[in-house]
Write a protein that binds this ligand. Structure first.
Ligand SMILES: [Zn+2]
Length: 433
């Protein structure tokens, strides 16, 4: 990845230079003005705050190679379709990675999934507007066809056809999470999620290997022994997103009532800290622009690619969710090395949906879900071409920038601190992101 100095910290390091410039200029002015200038210089911050240093250091612990390697690791289980052995093997593998990172308190949610059960809506009904798209959005410009591929023979690689051959069966499902326990407020947490299941006869590399790897990478960084946070963070890899957000719904059903309860009493342990926010990551890499008139999409990542942060304007927690979205936007400005962010009000069809009336909930994506992904902007969506080899480094870097955005935002929101920095103040000048 490209690196550069962090000149965008909360208190820019240019302060000392500005102060000495003020002093030089003051020497040729009247005494009274000079005194005022010195006072101004002395009250200005001398160096960047340690909290900002810690966050920049944490963001610098993300890397393109690691992010790609984790996505690659997930693709060894093919499309990881729910209700199959390859899905269960992927859950086991994810749990082993989390433990290996030091996020050792892994746990699982168990629930039953029956394919014939009625499917709950995945967001607000489309508005009665011209060209209404899901989530309250409105289609614009050229659209291309979307859908879920169910034809094995459209997968040209025989190895993948064989890997994805087992069909799902109804039954018990599991999904795994681990938790960074807050030092001063273990009873409160942010939930950081992505769904590990996919479909369409590919490798679910982008949908949603890209989000799953992002959440795993954040778990790795926050689990490091020298990182503390004031509040807790739970890293969840949902199952059954593709069948209607069933894994996230099961979590809400089973655990909403447990929030903030100390168990056992007096232990200082909170199996379900009170939810402060839910942040979902779903399809992070491909922003090649609007389809052309013939329905094809550009081969290269567009120069204007961005991280789309969405909240749902019709959610009961809409106002607080919007504030959360802007906090992520600000973290992108501070910590993302390359791609900017934008904020929109039409979050939909995502594991944040079951949370959105209970707690501020947002989603991060490669594009807006309703208008753009729904309009056919990602031709690999649920298709046999959603394989690791489809994506370029420019694509992977969009996912990495989303990771930098979320890591920076979550670190700020939970009061992350790096204990090793206390003893290495000089390290401030060597920080790269
Ligand atoms: Zn999907």
């Amino acid at each position: 990845m490209r690196t550069h100095r962090t000149d965008n910290r909360r208190n820019p390091p240019a302060t000392a230079t500005a102060g000495s410039h003020r002093l030089r200029r003051a020497s040729v002015l009247a005494l009274g003005i000079a005194v005022a200038s010195i006072a101004l210089a002395e009250t200005a911050p001398v160096h960047a705050g340690t909290e900002a240093d810690a966050i920049a250091t944490l963001v610098g612990r993300l890397g393109l190679d690691r992010y790609k390697a984790t996505i690659k690791g997930l693709t060894q289980f093919g499309d990881r379709r729910q209700g199959t052995d390859r899905n269960r093997a992927a859950v086991d593998w994810i749990e082993a990675q989390l433990k290996g990172y030091g996020c050792t308190n892994t746990a699982r949610i168990r629930y039953e999934y029956v394919a014939s059960a009625p499917r709950a809506p995945s967001g607000p009904a489309p508005a009665a507007a011209p060209a209404a798209a899901q989530g309250g959005a409105r289609y614009r410009g050229t659209r291309a066809a979307t859908g879920v591929n169910t034809d094995a023979m459209l997968q040209p690689y025989e190895r993948l056809r064989a890997l994805n051959a087992q069909p799902p069966t109804d039954g018990i499902r599991e999904e795994v999470y681990c938790t960074k326990v807050g030092k001063t407020h273990p009873e409160e947490m942010y939930i950081v999620g992505a769904h590990m299941d996919g479909h369409g006869w590919g490798e679910a590399a982008n949908d949603d290997g890209s989000g799953t790897a992002l959440v795993m990478e954040l778990a790795r960084v926050f689990a490091a022994a020298d990182v503390t946070t004031e509040r807790s963070i739970r890293f969840v890899l949902w199952n059954n997103e593709e069948t209607g957000l069933n894994g996230a719904r099961a979590y809400v059903e089973q655990r909403a009532a447990l929030q903030g309860k100390e168990d056992p009493a007096g232990s200082g342990r909170y199996p379900e800290p009170r939810w402060l926010g839910m942040i979902q990551h779903d399809m992070m890499m491909f922003d090649h622009g609007m389809p052309h008139a013939d329905g094809t999409v550009a081969k290269e990542q567009r120069a204007e690619a961005d991280v789309n942060i969405e909240f749902q304007q019709l959610a009961k927690q809409s106002d607080a969710a919007q504030r959360l979205a802007w906090a992520f936007y600000a973290a992108n400005e501070a910590y993302a090395t390359e791609y900017p962010a934008s904020v929109g009000p039409h979050m939909t069809n995502t594991d944040s949906t079951p949370f959105m009336d209970l707690v501020p909930a947002i989603s991060l994506r490669e594009n807006e879900r309703g208008r753009e992904i729904g309009g056919g902007w990602d031709p690999h969506w649920h298709q046999p071409t959603d394989v690791y080899a489809t994506f370029s480094d420019a694509d992977f870097r969009l996912g990495l920038n989303a990771a930098q955005t979320s890591l920076g935002a979550i670190a700020r929101l939970t009061g992350a601190f790096l204990t090793s920095l206390k003893f290495l103040p000089a390290a401030r000048d060597k920080i790269h992101v």
